[in-house]
Design a protein around this ligand. Structure first.
Ligand SMILES: [Zn+2]
Length: 75
């Protein structure tokens, strides 16, 4: 077991991103726990654009994934 590393597989990360992008609560693919979302301020407002990042954390297995949120772009 290598649960200490607390990382998702790329496939699992993708599932989480898709859930989040759909606007539904992201659920941990490992244990089905609803993941906690934290926003991380990435940029400074003075520059006129702020890159927003989301940090999704599973409170059960402590795995987390960070990804950039591109605002105004949907595809
Ligand atoms: Zn989990």
């Amino acid at each position: 077991m290598s649960d200490e590393t607390a990382r998702f597989d790329p496939q699992e990360e993708r599932t989480i991103r898709e859930q989040y992008a759909r606007g539904t609560a992201a659920v941990c693919p490992r244990d089905g726990t609803t993941m906690t979302v934290r926003s991380i301020g990435g940029g400074s407002f003075g520059l006129g654009y702020a890159r927003k990042r989301e940090w999704l954390i599973c409170p059960t297995c402590k795995r987390s994934v960070i990804f950039d949120v591109k605002r105004g772009t949907r595809n």
